[in-house]
Ligand binder design. Structure first.
Ligand SMILES: NC(=O)C1=CN([C@@H]2O[C@H](COP(=O)(O)OP(=O)(O)OC[C@H]3O[C@@H](n4cnc5c(N)ncnc54)[C@H](OP(=O)(O)O)[C@@H]3O)[C@@H](O)[C@H]2O)C=CC1
Ligand SMILES: CC(=O)[C@@H](O)[C@H](O)COP(=O)(O)O
Ligand SMILES: [Mn+2]
Length: 392
């Protein structure tokens, strides 16, 4: 593999820091062309700039620039300052600069601009930011120059990506998306409704950023992932089964028409799908520990309790409803998760509010689906969610 230039968006987050770990261990194969972050962790960002010698830094919060400059001067006195891109469009500008690979590790709908910019620039998009695909839908899949331009980083989709190589696409019967079940698996619905942020943030198998962790607890993450799989692999949602697998070792599966199921398994460690996103179709050496076949282990599978966790059912309905319902599903959820983490609403309000907002949405689809329509649906859903929550 020749050396690849890589832009890491969201470098200070869970995905971003693990990506830099992988890149740092394989400095002979990658150069860091740019880093981007929100601005909440400028000291860490400055340390990353110094460690990677990134020539460009994008910062969404322009007001954090003086602190970043000061941290850089402190850590590397006399070094030439990297080029700074500042403001809400900084990540998009960096994503569109033409690196070989853009890893989108930003959280939330703000990832849409960078995703589209990377695709339009012809870069390979290593996609962790599932929200941009879910809300952009056909706008994102249609911006791909080939199916391989987007390499999924989300663990389940990376697994499916790998399993699909075992047969012809026409021989795929279904995708099987595994879910850990989150911290509330098996708990009574009444108890779950009253869960605190600390309880929702205690994921049983993965250490991740706060939003995706809360989404795992509500199963909204699996709803987003259902839509993500449908879009990435062009499989109808009716042919995607969600199964609860609490150990998070089997990351997802593909069932073929002959009755054979191919699974991808590895101990839960995001560095594996991140590395694959960066290096595809090559595999890097010894990225993470493999399964230990000399030790006894049990893998269990159980159906999802859709009564207690209706988020996946709502996601199926959103896909069927219109091109903008998935953006509404995501935006209503983002509003609710922020309110829940701030202690303003109960955990039980999250999915109920998403359902009410989806019901009220007049969707847009077909040829009328445009970036403006998606952004309008996103903004409408945030207002609608706040109204629903205010009227409780
Ligand atoms: N963490 C994981 O293991 C997994 C995550 N994912 C997905 O990956 C994405 C990232 O998740 P995760 O790493 O957990 O999230 P984190 O919250 O840990 O990190 C988010 C990152 O985005 C940055 N950021 C925030 N706002 C902006 C902005 N406007 N422009 C540019 N950067 C911004 C943050 O910077 P700052 O530090 O300044 O706030 C931070 O670097 C999500 O879509 C998630 O669903 C998918 C599978 C697994
Ligand atoms: C690691 C990863 O890909 C997360 O999106 C993960 O899927 C969260 O786990 P659950 O949503 O299955 O609880
Ligand atoms: Mn996932």
């Amino acid at each position: 593999m020749s050396t690849r230039s890589v832009v890491v968006l969201g470098s200070t987050g869970s995905i971003g820091t693990q990506a830099l770990d992988v890149l740092g261990r394989h400095g002979d194969r990658f150069t860091v062309a740019g880093l981007s972050a929100g601005g909440a962790n400028v000291r860490l960002l400055a340390e990353q700039v110094v460690a990677t010698r990134s020539p460009v830094v994008a910062l969404a919060d322009a007001a954090a620039a003086p602190a970043l400059r000061a941290a850089l001067a402190d850590l590397a006195p006399g070094w030439p300052e990297p080029e700074l891109l500042l403001g809400p469009s900084a990540a998009e500008e960096l994503a569109g600069a033409g690196a070989d690979v853009v890893l989108n590790g930003v959280t939330g709908a703000v990832g849409l601009g960078p995703t589209l910019a990377a695709l339009r620039a012809g870069s390979t998009l290593a996609l962790a930011n599932k929200e941009s695909l879910v809300i952009g839908g056909a706008l994102v899949t249609g911006a791909r120059r080939s199916a391989d331009q987007v390499v999924p980083v989300d663990s389940e989709h990376s697994a499916i990506w790998q399993c699909l190589r075992a047969g012809r696409r026409s021989d795929v019967r279904r995708l099987v998306l595994t879910a850990s079940g989150g911290p509330f698996r098996g708990r009574p619905a009444d108890e779950v409704k009253r869960a605190t942020p600390a309880e929702a943030l205690a994921h049983p198998t993965w250490s991740m950023g706060p939003v995706v962790t809360v989404n795992s607890a509500s199963l909204v993450n699996k709803g987003l992932e259902l839509i993500e799989a449908h879009l990435l692999f062009d499989v109808p949602v009716a042919d995607i089964t969600v199964v609860v697998h609490p150990q998070s070792v089997v990351h997802s599966m593909v069932e073929f028409v002959d009755g054979s199921t191919i699974a991808q398994a590895s101990p839960p460690d995001m560095r594996l799908p991140i590395a694959l996103g960066l290096s595809w179709p090559d595999r890097l050496d010894a990225v993470a520990p493999a399964c230990d076949w000399t030790a006894a282990a049990s893998w269990t599978f159980e159906p999802l309790d859709e009564e207690a966790f209706p988020a996946v059912r709502l996601a199926r309905g959103a896909v069927a409803a219109s091109g903008t319902h998935p953006a509404v599903y995501n935006a209503a959820n983002e509003e609710c998760v922020a309110a829940f983490l701030a202690g303003r609403i109960a955990f039980g309000d999250v999915v109920g509010t998403i359902e009410r907002v989806l019901d009220r949405h007049e969707g847009v689809g077909g040829d009328a689906l445009s970036l403006d329509a998606v952004l309008a649906a996103d903004a409408w859903a945030r207002r609608a969610a706040r109204e629903v929550l205010d009227r409780r």
